[in-house]
Write a protein that binds this ligand. Structure first.
Ligand code: ADP
Ligand code: MG
Length: 285
């Protein structure tokens, strides 16, 4: 595996608050890596250090085996959609994209075409000439993503790209990210929504209190930390829950006894993994 991104023992504090506490990981070229953790876990600080907006107190960010984001050549490989939207409210969607296109030296007809292509890709072409101030949260998020894509980055950094959006925008953002990843772009995707991490990511890094607790494919994380499936049955109006490695055998016995009204098998999910690793659920932190 050739690592497009390597984080090597990253540390960063704000005063006495330790935000990132010795984080090391590698992201392969073409991979979609999720950073999954609750609010305050250190995700935005990590992404800020990868993007070169924040300096690590200690440790290094190495991109494409070459160097850190302080090098302008390397910074050009990165696209960032920050958690706090980086858009001009008083400009239209198209004007925002044109402005950033100029910053990236994408001028002239090539730039115009790229802007139009992205407006279509994020489903804003019919609203391109409306001011961003009038946009819903979902539309702003989609435009924020389009800005990050303008210069066709090799490494796309997405910091909670679906926060504050309606379910429809959320689905379209997720589909778009899958398409981008399908085209070979490497993606680092931070979220506190485990369903999204499960849907999008090749591997997930579970972070809490600035530390990496584990990193693996969703299936392996669940296999290793998720516990046994739960067999939920209803009989005589009463629900029974049974944790079992072998729900089929249990069910066979239950069917033989008769009288079952309802059966469901719940596979453990990343929520169970987080609970096993931290003793807390993602939802209540
Ligand atoms: N600019 C800042 N000044 C002081 N503390 C900060 C600042 N940014 C983040 N923090 C603190 O650092 C920790 C990690 O924050 P952050 O990286 O934003 O986490 P996440 O993105 O996972 O929610 C939190 O305790 C947060 O309160
Ligand atoms: Mg954050």
């Amino acid at each position: 595996m050739s690592a497009l991104l390597r984080l090597d023992d990253l540390h960063r504090s704000y005063g006495s608050t330790v935000a990132v506490d010795g984080l090391s990981l590698e992201v392969a070229s073409g991979e979609v890596l999720g950073l999954l953790g609750p609010n305050g876990a250190g995700k935005s600080t990590t992404i800020g250090m990868i993007a070169g907006l924040l300096r690590p107190d200690r440790g290094a960010v190495v991109i494409d085996g070459r160097g850190g984001p302080e090098d302008p050549e390397i910074r050009r490989l990165l696209g960032l959609a920050p958690q706090s939207l980086a858009l001009y409210d008083e400009l239209t969607a198209r004007e925002n994209l044109k402005l950033f296109a100029e910053l990236y030296d994408l001028r002239g007809s090539g730039g115009r075409e790229r802007v139009q292509e992205l407006l279509v890709a994020v489903g804003l072409d019919t609203r391109a000439d409306d001011r961003v101030a009038a946009f819903s949260g979902g539309m702003k998020r989609r435009l924020n993503l389009a800005v990050a894509l303008l210069h066709r980055p090799r490494l796309l950094l997405l910091d909670e790209p679906t926060v504050g959006v309606d379910p429809q925008s959320r689905s379209s953002i997720i589909e778009l990210i899958r398409t981008i990843a399908g085209g070979g772009t490497t993606v680092v995707y931070s979220t506190h929504y485990m369903e999204e991490a499960q849907r999008i990511c090749d591997r997930v890094a579970i972070v809490d209190h600035g530390k990496l607790l584990d990193i693996d494919t969703v299936d392996s994380l669940i296999d290793r930390h998720g516990g046994k499936p739960i067999l939920r049955t209803i009989k005589g109006g009463e629900e029974t829950r049974l944790r079992t490695d072998d729900p089929v055998r249990e069910l066979t016995a239950l069917f033989a006894a008769g009288g079952l009204e309802s059966v469901r098998i719940d596979r453990p999910d990343l929520e169970a993994v987080f609970l096993a690793l931290t003793g807390r659920t993602l939802r209540d932190v």
